[in-house]
Unconditional design. Sequence first.
Length: 97
Amino acid sequence: MTLRTYQADTPLQALLLEQALLMARQIEQVARDAPDGRVLAELEAAAVPAGRELTRRAVEAAAQAQAPAAEKRGRRPGSARPAPAPPRTRAARPATP
């Protein structure tokens, strides 16, 4: 095995590197344990949810990292659009006898 070194410049990058390595190890284990004829199905069943979870964690971590800066800046300046006027209705005509 070739030893590689990766450098994470941010906490988000470090989190993603760690999670990706963990996911790779889990997928490799699934491939080793899968019975003949089921390897691809087993890998897909393990990899797709793991990939979604990795993506969810990345988005969550990025949003949390951005939150303090956004709170300091406050809301963006701009005018709000007025609410649409309610639909006009006709006045009911009095009933004739």
